[in-house]
Design a protein around this ligand. Sequence first.
Ligand code: ADP
Ligand code: ZN
Ligand code: ZN
Length: 671
Amino acid sequence: MRVLRVALEVPVAKLFDYLAEDRTPAGPGDRVVVPFGARQRVGVVVEIGDGSAVSTARLKPIVRVLDDAPPLSAAWLEQMRFLSSYYQRPLGETVAGALPPRLRSLKPLPKKRGSSADPFGSGAPRYVAGHEPNAAQALAIGRICAALGDFRIFLLHGITGSGKTEVYLRLIAQVIERGQQALALVPEIGLTPQLEARFRQAFPDARIAVLHSALQDTARTHAWLDAACGDAQIVLGTRLAVLTPMPRLGLVVVDEEHDASYKQQEGLRYSGRDAAIVRGKLAGCPVVLGTATPSLESWFNCRAGRYELLALAERAVPGAKLPVVGTVDLRAENAQHGLAKPVIEAIASRLARGEQSLVFINRRGYAPVLACEACGWAAGCNRCSARLVVHKAAERSRESSGCLRCHHCGAAQAIPRGCPTCGNVDLRPLGRGTQRVEETLAGLFPQARILRIDRDSSRRRGDLARTLAGIGRGEGDILVGTQLLAKGHDFPNLTLVCVLNADNALLSTDYRSAERLFATLAQVGGRSGRREQPGEVLVQTRYPGHPMFQALTRHDYAGFAQSQLAERESAGFPPYVHEAALRAEATRLETTMAFLNAAARLVPAPEGVRIYDPVPHVITRRAGYERAQLIVQSASRPALQEFLRAWSTALPATAPSGLRWHLDVDPIEFD
Ligand code: ADP
Ligand code: ZN
Ligand code: ZN
């Protein structure tokens, strides 16, 4: 008896069996309509079996095979199998979750856009060259082109502004010329409309499928179909684009490979970068990881000879130099309003010369704390173990007054008139966020045009893209912003970057915080001096002697990475060991801890696998749930995987009702 095992989007960790009948021949990769309870659903056949645990009498045949999209290929199913087993997520949920919503629904697909008779025929490679590659770019292009047709991993380590994009475009031109498709992943596409524009400019005749999660259903389905049918020569998208079928994949590019947003934080918790490498392996094509600040994992793999290092050590625009990076010692400089004198003077000199300055502070809102100095009370969130952030009324919003907001659960409330504990009416906002810095700068430089860029200032994607484009054209004298401003933008007139509050990250207990801070500061600093005028970066800190700042000042990524790797090795952290986290949350902390303690003893740890004691998160309560996690480590990936397989099978029966849990393989967030 032949049985079709079908992946369905239902929260049950199994595939569903249907009878394979001759009148509806279906095989692995087919999308099928199946009866499910009283309704019908769309699923994907992932296997054909010859038996079922369900009694023959109860097995039903499928209703029909859908042929409005090409069947999913064996290579695609292979990728899903890999992701399912590596990230410990049932195959059915992995497959269903990888498809755009429309392909899982009974609604017919939108009519496919006409495909050119020969998408790779004459004309379609037409590549409009940007710049003649310089020597370093030419070398990188040559090495990677020589590997086309083979699986090889390259780390393109290019400083900010070194012309990595130009390298990607030239490679893609070659791939199209070979009649193949290219996949280019970027961390955030809404923030980098410039990048999409550059792709369209470089390939005016090519079909480019743009894929990200904010797309409307129909647009996303069209893009997916273009990629899956092989009509799109280029797929440009965020991490989810790595799950798109591409029948003629010839190159994978992962831009800003170190970026934390490549890691999905819910459902299938995959790393888009790591999935891209698997993709390249299955397709037998090169994978290019590009960045100015490689993740320590990738750097480690380079040094171990697994990736080939290609360096772009100079800025591509002739005459453009990396900015001069300096620290401002907050112990010596008094910074009354959060801005030290040298910083204020540097901004004033840019204003006088008609150049732009950027003040970077990684915290939005007005002030992180509202406190009563009489009794020590501070406003906290009822549902989270966290302080409420003071927000001033936004000029463009309908809120007439400010409010207190929780940045963890989103709760908002009015600012109290007095202290709820002692009645004192003189409540003080302590510390500063972007709004307060904006206010301070407006007081210091009344004649300047100040633009604040954070998630509150630009609620809609389109607004942000427009603001960023305006800054690129020279709008705004002083920009105040969060990491939204750090990524990939080209602001030709920006010559000064001032960094506030960098020390918070230095004091963090997360072993990745120094790596992240270095990457963020190199990135945000890299926004300045991208043309002829030299750039300057000033970092306010109480620890100017810290090795991280020293390395940053020297633009010494390699030295920084080496010292970080030495620390990781001696402390036994990734990339020297592999990790997985089991996280749980329940309304009572005892429930959470009891589950994790039981989980720790559930399956004996094999040789070389270490299970740590469960610990509550730093912010233990979030949105009413008490959260804790336990870490499992091993120097051996196979040993860890073997343990995780046994564990994830046994865990569901251990979890009490009302408790939520998940496994995170290669976790990067611990807060
Ligand atoms: P990255 O992605 O490495 O930060 P970009 O690719 O954005 O750098 O390039 C930075 C700037 O250098 C862009 O303005 C780009 O047009 C320019 N550029 C790139 N390659 C060259 C080149 N070979 N000669 C001159 N300018 C170049
Ligand atoms: Zn009080
Ligand atoms: Zn909260």
